[in-house]
Design a protein around this ligand. Structure first.
Ligand SMILES: Cc1ncc(COP(=O)(O)O)c(C=O)c1O
Length: 432
């Protein structure tokens, strides 16, 4: 090439949740039986959608209009339905004009960061869901700016650090909240969320709240949506069908703009998002037609409650297996379907191993472990020795050393087996 092709920011795109799949598949080709604990796709983990949901989709698939483009902002009746749902909370009030559809939240996230000026930064949580942190870092051509979620304080945000970083970095224009959170499975108290909004108010920032797991709570938790506590601060809630229906293959998500009228710069940002989608034409049509029929069906709440109870039961089972391992900092989860489990300081080193009998697998694992951080080393040995595929926490933009698991295994016996094996592997690894 006569000139370099890649932008500086392109190296910031990292997604270990899928990167590890390449390694696991290679080991699978050497005969390893892999248990996938890496990806948050309930369908992949055999969650069965109820027949009434499939009937709605099948019926729409018979209708010709499902195959056409739709309005760039999204189907009006669907946006009206969503606005009505949001307004019911009694917080900030919106209209269909404040809603913009995307091809999944992944699309919403990358479009939002692309449109921000390169010097304007969003501060987000660490550990961070990689789609946000990578897109933010890529737009700014440098590393993400983060505030710490504290594993020794229920994974709640370190508000003092957040405020200090905002105060001393005038380039920060917005705060990202992920609630319930991926990768920690934590749900934040209203008080914490209100304090974040207070910081936004003081420093004239906007707030983005990723609420893709908003309806996925259990163990008595209640998840507050941005609309309920944002008051008069400009903000964007990001929501979608992927996890709550669950229907990740729909590639259907949307943004809700709050308080556009309160700040002209923020209003221009929302207009630019509308225009960016217009240039792309529109987002997926059929899932938008299905949305009010599924979420508005009286059976939806029972369906979601059942799924949540099952996730809650798995969370409790995992607590009982891993909660007492002395080398770990373990927090019970309350929302979403992940848990990030951290090794206490000084537990890991770079000579620990697990026995691997297959010489080809052993050789690969040893090769991958050269020069990596200590949680990657654990993850590779765990994979090679047991077939359990988890994601290292340090890949979520964090200095912590640990691993993320999912709470999605439908078969209780299998769940028990996998987590007992994981616990035994941890014990053996840290003592090796
Ligand atoms: C916090 C969070 N936001 C967004 C997404 C992406 O959602 P979508 O399937 O709508 O692109 C995920 C997917 O795992 C997620 O965990």
């Amino acid at each position: 090439m006569r000139k370099k092709l890649l932008s500086e920011g392109s190296k910031e795109f990292k997604y270990e949740i899928r990167e590890i799949v390449k390694k696991a598949n290679l080991l699978k080709s050497f005969g390893l039986s892999v248990h996938w604990e890496n990806i948050g796709d309930p369908i992949e983990k055999k969650c069965q959608l109820p027949v009434w949901v499939k009937d709605i989709v099948a019926d729409l698939a018979q209708q010709n209009r499902s195959y056409g483009y739709c309005p760039s902002k999204g189907i009006l009746a669907t946006r009206e339905f969503i606005a009505e749902q949001t307004n019911k909370s009694g917080g900030v009030q919106i209209t269909a004009e404040d809603i913009l559809f995307f091809n999944g939240m992944g699309d919403a996230i990358s479009t939002a960061y692309q449109l921000l000026d390169a010097t304007s930064r969003l501060i987000g949580p660490s550990p961070a869901y990689s789609t946000h942190s990578s897109a933010e870092a890529a737009h700014a051509n440098t590393e993400p700016i983060t505030y710490r979620l504290n594993p020794s304080n229920h994974w709640y945000p370190d508000l003092e650090e957040l405020e200090n970083k905002v105060k001393y970095n005038p380039n920060i224009v917005g705060i990202l909240i992920i609630n319930p959170d991926n990768p920690t499975g934590m749900v934040y108290p209203l008080e914490t969320l209100k304090k974040i909004v207070a910081i936004a108010r003081e420093y004239k920032l906007f707030v983005i709240s990723d609420e893709i797991y908003n309806k996925i709570v259990y163990n008595g938790a209640r998840s507050y949506a941005l609309a309920e506590y944002i008051e008069d601060i400009p903000g964007i809630a990001m929501k979608g069908l992927s996890k709550e229906v669950p229907w990740p293959g729909s590639r259907c998500g949307w943004m809700e703009f709050y308080n556009r009228d309160k700040d002209p710069e923020f209003n221009s940002f929302c207009n630019a998002l509308d225009n960016a989608k217009m240039v792309e034409v529109c987002s997926t049509t059929l899932p938008q037609l299905a949305l009010p029929l599924i979420l508005g069906d009286p059976r939806f709440e029972t369906h979601r409650t059942n799924l949540n109870e099952r996730i809650g039961k798995r969370s409790a089972l995992i607590n009982s297996i891993l909660g007492e391992v002395p080398e770990l900092t373990f927090n019970p989860t309350f929302g979403a379907f992940y848990n990030s489990i951290i090794f206490k300081d000084g537990v890991l080193n770079n000579s620990q191993t697990l026995p691997i009998s297959n010489p080809k697998i052993k050789e690969k694992v040893e090769e991958w472990c050269r020069g990596v951080s200590s949680d990657y080393r654990f993850v590779y040995y765990l994979l090679g020795a047991t077939g359990i595929c988890v994601v290292p926490v340090s890949s979520f933009c964090s200095d912590l050393q640990g691993f993320r698991i999912t709470l999605l295994e439908e078969d209780e016996e299998e769940l028990r087996k996998v987590f007992n094996t994981l616990r035994d592997a941890i014990k053996e690894y840290v003592r090796s």
